[in-house]
Design a protein around this ligand. Sequence first.
Ligand code: FES
Length: 318
Amino acid sequence: MTAAQPFSVRVREIVELAPSLKRFSFEPAHGGAFPTPPAGGHVLLTLRDGARVMKNAYSLVSPPSERARYDIIVRLVAQSRGGSSFLHRRVAAGDVLEMANPVSLFPLASTAKKHLLIGGGIGITPLLSFLPELKARGARFELHQLATLEEVPVFERLLAPYAAGEEIRVHGGGRAAFDLAGLLARQPLGTHVYVCGPHSLMDAVASTAAALGWPKGKVHKESFGGDVTGLPFRAVLRKSGIEVEVGESQSLLEAIEAAGVEAPCLCRGGACGQCATSLVEGEADHRDDFLSAEEKAAGTLIMTCVSRARGPRIVIDL
Ligand code: FES
């Protein structure tokens, strides 16, 4: 699957929620309404900075019923490869950008007796898109958000519209003060847990749940992808008959797209598996959450959206 055909959106409003957090509201640039997004859905924004083209995925935080606007929240990260920095520093209200239709790789389980939502930092964003849906369904849920002390009030304000009668807590004391094992242990049978945040938090939830005997299918993770930067390398695209240079702050997928080659992708964060490509020669530096440890060790596949080469050159079947 390749990315959906992009359409034009206008930046309607930008609100600073905290020094490093901004909410961007978009409206259709040519009028009309957006399609109804799935709960937990994300959109792909194309950001053009001169000759450089960045495509970044952002969770929608506006309610799925809201079709006049789509909202995202973006954190300005110190090691940004350009996407968050571009949005925070270069994009203004009235600007027109390209967006692709929302998709969800993080759906709510229809059979869950209860939904346990755990967020870390900016990982609150897909959870925010779940809340209106859970409220509308009258579903049983509980939300725990981890935050820095400075951002506790910010997240509390974002969650306030959904808090009445619900167990929603923002924890500002760090991971050490958060009793994850106790929380998972006291959940009723049939609970599904959803986690989005730093890899360390997602790994902790997955391993703690496994240790407590939770079935794997009841643990859901939304990955934003990790660091994709590294030493430059060359990638030979065997079927296309070309060779691309992958810069140190560029992903392999971005280099492939910049060369005009259409490559399969969806999440662009190492989670969905759509970009899996056969590795013909060379060794991969795997950075995805999709391949199993065995598949990574076999060395026959590479996820182009996040993984890189270990060494100066690889050959892939694209
Ligand atoms: S596009 Fe989803 S794993 Fe690469």
